[in-house]
Structures are given as structure tokens and as C-alpha cells.
Design a protein around this ligand. Structure first.
Ligand code: ZN
Ligand code: ZN
Length: 195
């Protein structure tokens, strides 16, 4: 199993996986240490969940990366939600990107997570200010996924038990479900998602 991207939004992650699958690259979305798990009902609170888009083998990585690039540069059908669900990582902005408070005009570094103006206390939406004052292009690098990529330890996955659906969030790749006692193999379950 090989991780190609990490997402915070189940919607975007699933769309990306679907996009890859539709073009012949088996892909699945796997939750990691989150409260919610792929295949389980209800994704409330997924904001705290890291979702990995995984492919079966490293050999498909180049193809997957190419497709994902295509996927991420295409405008999505759910533009509004997309923007809402994908949080830019503002800390990736350069130190020369500053924003001015809409209320008092004070200048602040955009890569610091200001919630209020340091000068007048006005509530700030840094992302909005950056877009207004610098254009959306500046944010491009903030949307890039984590640079760390590589082989995944399937033990990190949180996947649903194939028998009872309980979240398998234990450390073992293989073992028995604590809910129903069925034997499980996390790698196998993820592979099942890809079919
Ligand atoms: Zn201000
Ligand atoms: Zn079970």
C-alpha cells in the first residue's frame, strides 16, 4: 500500500479516489486516527481526521500523481463546498506576504494564525484578506498536501470491521475485532475498498 495524498475532507478525498479509479488506478481512502472511519455512517467531526488516499503499489505512483494533478487543477462540481472544506495551510506562506486589517489597516504577516487584528482586535479572516489583497494564486502553495509520502504502515489505518462494521483502530494489522470477534486484515480491507 502506498500513500499518495493526505486530505482533511472526506468529500475531496473520495472524489479524488473515484477519479483515480475511473481512470484505472485502484485507489481508496483510509482514515487515520480519526473519530470517523470510511465505511461507517456519519462523518461528523471529520475535520480532525487525516484521510489518506492510498494506492495498491508504488509502481502506480507516477500514474496516480499525474491523475491527481489533473484532478486538483480541474474546477470541481461542488466549488463552494470544495473551498469550504479544504483549509489552506497559511503557515506555508512566505514571510513577505502581509495583510492589512480591514478595519484599521494595520499590517500583519499572513502566515501567522491571527484570528483578530493585533492592533484593533477586529475579527479577521486571513484567507479572505489574502485573496482580496494578493489574489488567490498566492494561496496555491497552502493547499499542497503534506510533503511526506511513502509506504504506509497499515496498522495506522482505522477501517471498519468487514463483519460488524465496528471501527478497527487497534495497532495490529491483523487480529480479531473487539466487537464481533471476527478475524480481520486491515490491508485486505483497504484492498477491498479499491475494487
Ligand atoms: Zn485592525
Ligand atoms: Zn466486527
Amino acid at each position: 500500500m502506498f500513500r499518495v495524498r493526505r486530505y482533511r475532507s472526506i468529500l475531496v478525498a473520495e472524489q479524488a479516489a473515484e477519479f483515480l479509479r475511473s481512470r484505472g488506478v485502484p485507489a481508496a481512502v483510509v482514515g487515520i486516527h480519526g473519530p470517523d472511519v470510511i465505511g461507517l455512517a456519519g462523518f461528523g467531526g471529520f475535520q480532525d481526521t487525516a484521510l489518506d488516499l492510498v494506492i495498491v503499489s508504488k509502481g502506480l505512483r507516477a500514474a496516480a500523481e499525474k491523475l491527481l494533478q489533473e484532478f486538483h487543477t480541474q474546477p470541481r462540481a461542488v466549488e463552494g463546498e470544495w473551498e469550504h472544506l479544504t483549509e489552506p495551510d497559511m503557515s506555508k506562506l512566505d514571510d513577505d506576504v502581509t495583510v492589512r486589517c480591514a478595519q484599521c489597516g494595520a499590517e500583519m504577516l499572513a502566515n501567522q494564525a491571527h484570528e483578530t487584528c493585533t492592533s484593533c482586535g477586529w475579527t479577521l479572516n486571513i484567507v479572505e484578506l489574502v485573496v482580496q489583497q494578493h489574489g488567490p494564486d498566492v494561496l496555491a502553495e497552502c493547499y499542497e498536501c503534506e510533503p511526506e509520502q511513502g509506504e504506509l504502515d497499515a496498522a495506522q489505518y482505522v477501517v471498519p470491521c468487514p463483519s460488524c462494521g465496528a471501527a478497527l483502530d487497534g495497532e495490529d494489522v491483523r487480529g480479531r475485532c473487539s466487537g464481533c470477534g471476527a478475524l480481520y486484515d486491515k490491508e485486505e480491507i483497504v484492498r477491498g475498498f479499491m475494487e
